[in-house]
Structures are given as structure tokens and as C-alpha cells.
Design a binder for this molecule. Sequence first.
Ligand SMILES: O=C(O)CCC(=O)C(=O)O
Ligand SMILES: [Fe+2]
Length: 348
Amino acid sequence: MERRGQPAVQVPSLDGVTRERFLRDVYPRISFSAIVSLSLPPQREPVVLKGMELGPCTTKWTVDYLSQAAGSKEVKIHVSAVPQMDFLSKNFVYRTLPFDVFVRRAAEIKHKDYFLSEDEKYYLRSVGEDVRKDIADIRKQFPVLAEDVQIPEYFEKEQFFSSVFRISSAGLQLWTHYDVGNNMVSIKCCGWHCGVMDNFLIQVTGRKRVVLYSPRDVPYLYLSGTKSEVLDVDNPDFEKYPLFVKAKRYECYLEAGDVLFIPALWFHNVISEEFGVALNVFWKHLPAECYDKSDTYGNKDPTAASRAIQILDRALKTLEELPEEYRDFYARRMVLRIQEKAYRNDYG
Ligand SMILES: O=C(O)CCC(=O)C(=O)O
Ligand SMILES: [Fe+2]
């Protein structure tokens, strides 16, 4: 079926990018002084990095090897009777399986043993041992497998936040979201959400399609927290989501061995075209001063953003003192003022 909406922009691929080149051309670092002087570098964009040195994982990680190396450690997984997971209607369930059983099931299309249906799909997003306290770190949760991976260290050690193991059945589609660093589904917070991270999505085995949207298109994505309510990005319901037609679609296909750089705040929607194993690393982009020191969880906004949101909430409360007609008028004027004073003027 023909897709409506903007034509897709292909995410560029770069081969054999060194750390130096990445930092110079792909990743203009924001310094604290740049923030203060408001002279930010141009918008950072996603890039597919090809030919990266990822270690033996790319050849070693067969289903047999994975199940034997990680053993029967219990993992919590999403199980869905249909390929397109829906966080609104909650058409999936959480279940626990031994890792080796899970990997075998995720790799097969029809199951003898199942929870919901014989062609159910599985998704693992690894978490820390104690979900409340620990950060997902493959070196701690899957030490044997971690030995096989060489994570491209294109950021400073202190910036590292977490590493997350992701295993998906063929066909499974993950809703459009942006990353808060740790828990994808189980953290509830303010509704504005939340600590934001840069991300290397390392596709170790299997092929995947990733559709991305820029943070500047947030008005068109119908967010609920960190996730977009437009689940079917290929055939969206424009009656329900008329502005989605304005969202510019970026797209790429990841092959085994590719690394996708997803800059903080970029939305992504992922379909695993084959059973696949991925690992992603989140790291902090902004200088340390910008993050909340007590944020071991990685789910808080930069401190200046939290303060601004609190002030806005107070302003909204104050507007309630006005009759509706006046409240509407002053609210519109405030929106214009925010656009004029705080939007980047090079975003168009
Ligand atoms: O590839 C996936 O399974 C999801 C990737 C993702 O959401 C991420 O790396 O943040
Ligand atoms: Fe993500």
C-alpha cells in the first residue's frame, strides 16, 4: 500500500568512522559555555555507522551459543499475540522465562509451548538486577556475552550510562519513542519526561528497519509521555492524527554489524524483520552540570528544564484565575512568546 505523509529521508551511512571523525563531524559536543552563550552547533542527526569493530559477537552469537553462554538466568520479556505492540490498549503481557528457553522461542516462528498463541512474538529489553536501583549493564547481567562485544568507545567513560540487551522475534514492532536511558515501559513520571541520552544501537545479528523523527517534529507526534500514540507509522489514521502528516520521516535498514547513532531526543520506531540480537549503549550528552546528581535512574530532565517546567505549571495555574475567553487569549500569546524567544531559529 502506498504510504501517505512526507517522503522518507534516508539516514546516511558512513563506513569505517574513527572516533576522531565521529567527534568532529557527527557529534558536535555541546560545551557548557556553548549553552550559556546560546551558540549551539547545528542539529545532530542520526547516522548508520558501518564496518565498526564490534568484536567476535557478530559471528559467535548464534541461538545455540547464546542459550549456552547465558544459561537459564530468568529474564522478563514482553509477549505479544500480534506483531505491532500497543502501549495504549496493552495488547502484550509480561512473562518470565529462563534466558535459554526465551532465545529459542524468540528465534522460532511457531511455538509448541506458548503463553498466548502459537505465533506470539517476544521482546527482551534487559534491565538491572534490581529494577529500581540498578542500571542495565550487560557487563553485570550477561558477563560471558559481554566478553564478546567491543563497544565503540566514542564517548568518555564518565558519560556512560547503561548498556541494554535487546532480543526480538521476527516481525515485532516497537512503538515510536524517545529514550530516557533506563526503563522503557515501567517508569511513570511527570508526563514531560525525562532524562535523555545519546544512543548507539548496535545491531549484532538480524535485520531491522528503523523509522526516526526529529525532536523538532514533536508537535506532530501525539505523545503520551515518551511514546507516540501513532502506532502504525506506515498507515497512520490521519482522521485521528491529522498533524502526523507533517512529521518528516527518516528511515534506515540496519544489517548485522551496523551501529545506528540515535542522538538524544530523536524518536524511533523499530521493526525487526528477522529474529535479531542488539545491544545499545546510552550515554549522557550534556555536560555533567546539567544533570540531576541524584538521578541514578537516568529518568530525569536536565535540571534547568525541570525548573522551567515547574515555573510553567505555576503560570498555567495562574491562568486559571481568568475566565475561559481571556485564559485562551493569554495562553495563545504565551505560546507565541515561547516560540519567539526559545525556539531555535534555524529549524525552519
Ligand atoms: O532495536 C530495538 O529493539 C529498539 C532500539 C531502541 O529503542 C533503542 O536502542 O533505544
Ligand atoms: Fe529506544
